[in-house]
Design a protein. Structure first.
Length: 285
């Protein structure tokens, strides 16, 4: 499997660095977490939306919804509109699979995409008009290009008494290293660390690099285990598996959040991580 790191949004970064991945194997191309600027990032990488056969969405945060709508419009059959759904359902070049937790899929449509896609060109559309939807129930898996993909429910953000979930993705295949995409989660729980981090051979971990914590993503100080971060301490063998995906522009400039010089590559190595990913990076599994 070939994994390419893409930029995808600007919620934290004007340089378009938020976490997004393009996976390729057996003539299948899956985008993990379509961020706000994911389509622009595709073109910047010399790729086309028509190449995408599958899209995996981990949560319904607004910065991961805009590109879904843009992708739907780009892939829609304008020449033959409105198209007959049954004619294209098995053609991924025409209607890519949209894969997500079943409740998340309902929320994507009812709380956001429905407002932008339901009524166009004089007919009523559904999510299935634009995608071949694959809702995954809790504790179920799906397969992609021979890989077994397991959804791992995590906390994305907690506001008051409301918890918004994100679903990490654990991918396994006989004879291959297992890969865990944490997909926009808060800092790990002991259960996540004990079970899923240990199961994975490679971990792609989202990581904010500010001295303060947004409560949305894992923070570098937490992951590194700094005493003042009040974090669950990650064992050295877990950190050694982790590719960190940062969100801030200053990391690219080797600065910290206050503008001081900071060699993040050396810092990550000193703290025991595999390193930081960067846009355009390709990893073969």
């Amino acid at each position: 499997m070939k994994i390419t790191v893409l930029g995808c949004g600007n919620a934290f970064s004007r340089k378009n660095f938020n976490q997004c991945f393009l996976l390729e194997e057996e003539n299948s191309v899956m985008m993990i977490d379509c961020g706000q600027k994911a389509i622009d990032a595709l073109f910047h990488a010399g790729r086309k939306p028509s190449e995408i056969t599958d899209v995996y969405i981990s949560h319904a945060h607004n910065d991961h919804i805009g590109a879904l709508e843009e992708l739907a419009f780009l892939r829609y059959d304008w020449k033959n509109r409105p198209r007959r759904y049954t004619e294209a359902i098995d053609n991924p070049r025409y209607a890519p699979r949209l894969i997500a937790n079943s409740q998340l899929m309902k929320d994507l449509w009812n709380k956001s995409l429905r407002g932008g896609l339901e009524s166009m060109e004089g007919f009523v559309a559904t999510l299935d008009t634009f995608y071949k939807t694959v809702p995954i129930e809790d504790n179920e898996t799906f397969t992609w290009a021979g890989w077994k993909c397991k959804l791992i429910q995590q906390v994305h953000i907690m506001t008051g008494s409301t918890i918004a979930c994100t679903f990490g993705l654990m991918m396994t295949k006989n004879g291959h290293e297992s890969v865990y995409f944490t997909t926009d989660s808060q800092h790990v729980s002991p259960r996540q660390m004990e079970v899923f981090y240990k199961e994975a051979d490679i971990i792609f971990q989202d990581c904010e690099c500010t001295p303060w914590m947004s409560g949305v993503h894992a923070n570098y100080a937490q992951l590194a285990g700094y005493p003042d971060a009040n974090s669950v301490k990650l064992p050295a063998e877990i950190k050694a598996k982790m590719w960190l995906s940062h969100y801030q522009d200053f990391v690219l400039d080797n600065k910290d959040a206050l503008g001081n010089d900071c060699d993040w590559k050396a810092k990550a190595a000193e703290d025991g991580f595999r390193g930081f990913v960067h846009v355009g990076m390709v990893i073969e599994i």
